[in-house]
Design a protein around this ligand. Structure first.
Ligand code: SF4
Length: 289
């Protein structure tokens, strides 16, 4: 298996075989993201993809999950994606699930029937970076899409029967926009009603435009306590049905997990406790991406 550059995958795909079918991110404009800055986006040819599948065949007795990388791999032509998945299900007899990263722009380019065909071909879970529900923040971080378009894209994915996992980033509006970030993100998440919701906590990486904004004093980072207050406000406002919630990434100050809205009160109580007991928080030196 040949990988080009650093490879990223969602935490829940830790035991999956990763097949890199595209290189880099089809958007690659976000001011906070350093993941694919060193890669020029390109889609791998069928010959390259097939060659990687053949070289991974030696693992076929162990693989039951495959994750298709890199960022926004759903940008691939639908026929090429289906051809890839058909080959994977053929070559890996224990394969149960295929996951992929997707951006709103690439989802919106696909027709509803294309998404249904992908589901029928065995695509199961789509990981979608919402980041924020605030149009102002999405514009400031150059996400390249509005909140309304995010909702439209996510509904298309759900209408096709795909499992939807979305991620938001707490602290992304800094201290100036924290209330807007919490309230508008809660509204957008509620409108989407995803199957899974996870939060990351903003980490500022040297070399990104956001890092320079912090150095110039244009972006004011939140303290850990302010971050928890923001998360609490978001959880107070969100309305979800049977959504698995996780806030247990290495970047988070406090591990949280539950089902929303069922476990909202328990999650809020834990946040209240942590706000009055800062020793419960992960120290800054132990945080990571
Ligand atoms: S956050 Fe997602 S869409 Fe934005 S540059 Fe990074 S990988 Fe691409």
């Amino acid at each position: 298996m040949r990988y080009e550059g650093a490879i990223f995958r969602p935490p829940s795909e830790a035991s999956s075989l990763i097949l890199q079918i595209s290189v880099g991110c089809s958007n690659n404009t976000c001011t906070f993201c350093s993941a694919y800055k060193d890669k020029k986006f390109r889609i791998k040819s069928w010959q390259e993809i097939e060659s990687d599948i053949i070289s991974a065949n030696k693992y076929k007795k162990h693989v039951n999950r495959i994750f298709l990388a890199d960022g926004n791999a759903l940008a691939l032509d639908t026929k090429l994606l289906i051809r890839t998945m058909e080959r994977l299900y053929n070559d890996f007899p224990l394969l149960e699930r295929i996951g992929i990263y997707a951006g709103a722009q690439d989802v919106l380019k696909k027709q509803p029937e294309e998404l249904r065909e992908l589901k029928e071909a065995g695509l199961d879970i789509v990981y979608f970076g919402l980041e924020s529900g605030s149009d102002k923040i999405l514009r400031l971080v150059r996400k390249g899409v509005t909140a309304a378009k995010m909702v439209e894209a996510c509904r298309k994915l759900k209408d096709a029967g795909l499992t939807l996992s979305i991620t938001v980033i707490s602290g992304l509006g800094g201290t100036d926009l924290t209330e807007e970030h919490a309230s508008e993100t809660a509204a957008v998440i509620s409108a989407i009603n995803p199957d899974y919701l996870s939060t990351l906590t903003l980490m500022v990486v040297e070399g990104t435009p956001l890092y320079d904004q912090v150095q110039r004093g244009e972006f004011k980072l939140m303290t850990p306590i302010q971050d928890l207050q923001e998360l609490k406000l978001m959880l107070e406002k969100v309305t979800l049905t049977n959504c698995t919630f996780r806030s247990n990434h290495a970047s988070n100050y406090l591990p949280l997990k539950g089902v929303l809205n069922r476990d909202r009160q328990a999650l809020l109580s834990l946040l209240e406790k942590a706000l009055s007991t800062p020793d419960m928080l992960r120290p800054e030196y132990l945080r990571g991406l």
